[in-house]
Design a protein around this ligand. Structure first.
Ligand code: BES
Ligand code: MG
Ligand code: ZN
Length: 492
């Protein structure tokens, strides 16, 4: 999908589908702008339909004989409550309503209320991302007829440059959505590693995949314990993006990569939707989606490591027993009192490995706890870090991207809940505060001199219903926030 601007405004535009965002407070002026194009027919019809620009309202007109074949009007509400998210939601509505109309979609929003560059990118991303549909597994799905290009009417030429980032970012989000949407028979640790190597090849990243044996040699007893009950071998994935010239910063992104989480002998039963646990590699999907975007955007000054300890949590005769004691690669012993708290075991060794690379900052993303879903729902991910500056930068990046992120407490006293009678620590504590003890568990495996943040995306990885720019299913949560943070988080 092509994105461009038309500084000449409506008069200079000659596309086929026109969409307008209407603010209640300037309803009349905005309609006066388009009325000449339709000889006075629009205002009257809108009055009949009671359309006044209320937020979320939408009206469409099929126009047969004119150059403009379809007119879409969306309400943006009152000008005082406008923000980028209003534009994202309205853009998603416009995009869905433009299905069936080929050619160019022209979008005219009241840009004067916004920072133009931010508004242009938010609108463009929302249009492309809301039109995403995963058709890989369906023989009967027809190709969707949709606009091939989008023109932002009335924005100045200089905005075109920032629009160049829209497609690389959206491609990363869509890759993450496809990875998460892939069922566990399709996306195995092996095929995840293959896809990672493919990205590395395409964008000239350094890459290595450690085998089970190599992980054993590194003493990754926590990670390998999780993988033991699976017939498919684990794959420890490490990609490196290097900028042109000398890097000023080094950061690492670590993603939980459970291609399926059955729970192990603490099998997921009852309310838990076990079939959805194909999405338990959501953290790694965000990491690879970000890698895909970064490969195209190629930011300066920053070296980025992408790390995934991929495996399955399954059950067979070799599977880990509840109560087993294992040793992680930093020497700490862990009593696995619950085999379903497997993500933190895989991340433990991934974080030790990553710490040895001595990056300035480590960020891990994981569908780690049901407790986080209970606390924050499916629109907000949880953020844990001891570093106030890093927290602020990540929150800024998330807010700019329109992704929900809320800082949660790193309550050190709750570490008591992880005390084990026999080992250095247990992998689970009490039910209450479960996402906090999970974060505290991870902290035990990060070198303390490195700034580290943990993002629990258990709720945000998936949406049952269409929500804003997310169609039902995998959301690709986190890619936009991370790309934004990588590009802006190191500026003063
Ligand atoms: N992958 C799950 C977490 C999860 C649950 C993600 C629901 C999305 C929706 C994780 O491995 C898990 O099973 N966590 C347990 C931890 C518990 C045993 C302490 C949980 O949250 O129930
Ligand atoms: Mg689990
Ligand atoms: Zn899990």
């Amino acid at each position: 999908m092509q994105f461009s601007v038309n500084p000449a405004g409506l008069q200079g535009w000659d596309g086929t589908t026109l969409a307008l965002g209407i603010v209640t407070t300037s309803f009349d002026e905005q309609l006066n702008l388009i009325e000449p194009l339709f000889q006075g027919s629009i205002t009257e019809t809108l009055k009949e339909k009671n359309f006044s620009g209320k937020e979320g309202s939408i009206e469409t007109f099929q126009l047969i004989s004119k150059q403009i074949k379809k007119l879409i009007l969306v309400g943006l509400g009152n000008k005082d409550s406008l923000n980028l998210d209003t534009l994202r939601k309205a853009s998603a509505k416009i995009a869905r309503s433009s299905i069936g109309s080929p050619g160019e979609l022209g979008v005219l929003f009241p840009w004067e209320y916004f920072e133009q560059q931010d508004a242009a990118c938010a609108v463009s991303e929302a249009i492309r991302l809301s039109l995403f549909k995963d058709k890989r597994f369906n023989n009967n799905s027809e190709p969707t007829i949709r606009p091939s290009s989008v023109n932002l009417i009335g924005l100045k030429d200089s905005i075109n440059e920032s629009l160049q980032k829209v497609n690389p970012i959206c491609a990363g989000v869509e890759l993450a959505r496809e990875l998460v949407g892939s069922p566990a028979n399709e996306l195995t640790p092996t095929s995840l590693a293959k896809q990672a190597l493919q990205i590395a090849k395409e964008y000239k990243f350094k890459a290595k995949v450690l085998s089970q044996k190599e992980c054993q040699e590194l003493g990754m007893g926590a990670y390998l314990a999780v993988s033991k009950g699976s017939d498919i071998p684990p794959q420890f994935i490490h990609l490196v993006y290097s900028p042109e010239g000398k890097a000023k910063h080094r950061v690492a992104l670590v993603g939980k990569g459970l291609t399926f989480d059955s729970g192990g002998y603490n099998l997921k039963v009852g309310a838990a939707q076990i079939d959805l646990m194909k999405f338990d590699m959501g953290g790694s999907a965000t990491v690879l989606g970000t890698a895909r975007s970064i490969g195209e955007l190629r930011p300066k000054d920053i070296e980025i490591h992408f790390i995934i300890a991929a495996c399955e949590n399954m059950i067979n005769g070799s599977a880990v027993h509840p109560g087993d004691i294992v040793k992680a690669s930093n020497g700490k012993t862990i009593e696995i009192n619950n085999t379903d708290a497997e993500g933190r075991l895989t991340l433990a060794d991934a974080l030790v490995y990553t710490s040895k690379l001595k990056p300035e900052i480590i960020i891990d993303l994981a569908t780690l706890t049901g407790a986080c879903v209970i606390a924050l729902g499916d629109e907000i991910a949880g953020l844990w870090t001891d570093d106030d500056q890093l927290a602020q930068k990540l929150k800024n990046a998330a807010a700019a991207s329109g992704e929900g992120l809320w800082r949660m407490p790193m309550q050190n006293s709750y570490k008591d809940g992880l005390k084990s009678l026999l080992a250095d620590l247990k992998n689970t504590g009490p039910r209450a505060g479960g996402s906090i003890t999970a974060a505290l568990f991870l902290k035990e495996f990060v070198e303390s001199s490195i700034a580290w943040a943990h993002i629990d995306i258990a709720g945000t990885v998936w949406t049952e219903k269409e929500k804003g720019l997310n169609p039902p299913g995998a959301t690709g949560y986190g890619v936009r926030t991370l790309v934004n943070w990588l590009e802006n988080g190191f500026k003063d």
